[in-house]
Ligand binder design. Structure first.
Ligand code: UD1
Length: 381
């Protein structure tokens, strides 16, 4: 394994988490809690955890609000990269993060999920010879045209510790030769899903404000659908997006539609009407989101994280993509993949035969603790 020298001794270690986009803040929150618990337990090493926020997401609703609601400590650095082309965004991250990582020379760099911020953190860890841990490793959609798929593959192949949320993710890594025996500089660990931890830690608190949230949007429990759409494969194709929204507009119940900034811009520029059953609203905080997910009749989404949240909450999910990185949700009958096909979408929304699933393929909601224990053990090795 690559070794960092200066920031580590037997009793103290610096770990740096690199995040930048909404789903990464959700994954980071339980890890921060688990690090606090580790430090309070007196176990060694004492971890100094620093957060680098690339600034990929900067709107209050999808950045700051999540830090507040999930009690995530303030980042040590915000690189303020903002939005631009993928190349420019990535270049800014690399340029602004490199000196920070070089100066603090941490024992671990931890990256999460599959965004451009994940890729930047992974590339720099490899170039600077700093050990790299990837949370939510091994997910594959099989579609290499997706930026997220490219980011995941590179991050996994550069990582020393790969934390997988499911057996299928471990199998993907095996197929790519990342589980070979005798490779002591790389280890695959089944941690389960940190997003499950996040949900369990916040749900009962979130539900206290459910009635207020329902009143605000003029909805009734179980009498609405919840829609999210932001993936490039949908927002980058005007016809496809218009087809999905035309179908959803004519559904039989109100459709709460928190609009991601990217989707808001595309819809405005292309003049797609958001009328009929659609109730467009600004992006929701994490607490509002999980409470409203839990009480929806069905969830329609192209988000990977929302598919899993639907699964944990026992709400049937209709996925507006051609593939999913979470095949277990489909196998147990909790999720239908419909792409943008209007007929398949209508059928899935009407279908009352979604089974009651009991499967628990993504761990027990204590993933962050497993992750922190393994990182700390490697420190003591
Ligand atoms: C990114 C991730 C995606 C993840 C999503 C979660 C990549 C390649 N994609 O997609 O995997 O599911 O985050 O939300 O990293 N914008 C704003 N305000 C913001 C952020 C973005 O207006 O705070 C607009 C900008 O016009 C920007 C566009 O949204 O160009 C897309 O943002 P970007 O971060 O590039 O990708 P996401 O679509 O958010």
């Amino acid at each position: 394994m690559r070794h960092a020298a200066s920031s580590t001794n037997a009793s103290r270690a610096t770990w740096i988490s690199v995040v930048g986009a909404r789903p990464q803040f959700v994954k980071l929150a339980p890890v921060c809690r688990a690090i606090d618990a580790h430090n309070q337990s007196g176990a060694l090493p004492l971890i100094q955890h620093e957060i680098i926020h690339t600034g990929q997401h900067y709107d209050r609703e999808i950045a700051e609000l999540l830090f507040e609601q999930m009690a995530i400590p303030q980042p040590s650095h915000n690189l303020g990269v903002g939005s631009s082309s993928h190349g420019t965004q990535l270049a800014r991250m690399l340029q602004r993060m490199e000196p920070l990582l070089r100066d603090s020379n941490p024992q671990w760099i931890i990256v999460y999920g599959d965004t451009n911020s994940t890729l930047a953190g992974a590339l720099l860890a490899a170039r600077l010879q700093i050990p790299l841990a990837h949370v939510e490793a091994g997910c594959r959609s099989g579609d290499l045209s997706m930026p997220e798929e490219q980011n995941r593959i590179v991050a996994d192949h550069l990582s020393n510790l790969l934390f997988v949320a499911s057996q299928s993710a471990a199998d993907n890594l095996k197929r790519e030769g990342l589980c070979e025996a005798g490779r002591h500089d790389r280890r695959v660990v089944f941690s389960g899903d940190v997003m499950y931890d996040a949900l369990l830690q916040h749900l009962s608190y979130a539900e206290r404000r459910l009635d207020e949230n329902l009143r605000q949007f003029e909805l009734e429990r179980g009498q609405y659908y919840l829609l999210t759409l932001h993936r490039a494969e949908n927002t980058g194709d005007r016809e496809r997006l218009a087809t999905i929204l035309r179908t959803v507009r004519s559904l039989d119940l109100p459709v709460l539609f928190p609009l991601h900034p990217r989707t808001r811009q595309v819809v405005a520029a292309s003049g797609i009407p958001l009328n009929g059953s659609l109730r467009p609203v600004p992006p929701l905080g994490f607490l509002e989101m999980i409470a409203l997910e839990k009480n929806a009749r069905k969830i329609l989404t192209d988000s990977g994280g929302v598919q899993k949240e639907a699964f944990y909450l026992g709400v049937p999910c209709v996925t507006l993509r051609e593939r999913t990185e979470w095949p277990e949700t489909v196998a147990c009958g909790a999720n239908r993949i419909v792409g943008s096909d209007p007929e398949a979408l209508r059928r899935a929304v009407k279908d009352e035969a979604f089974t009651n699933w009991q499967a628990t393929p993504y761990g027990d909601g204590k993933s962050a603790q497993t992750i922190v224990n393994h990182l700390a053990q490697a420190a003591n090795a």
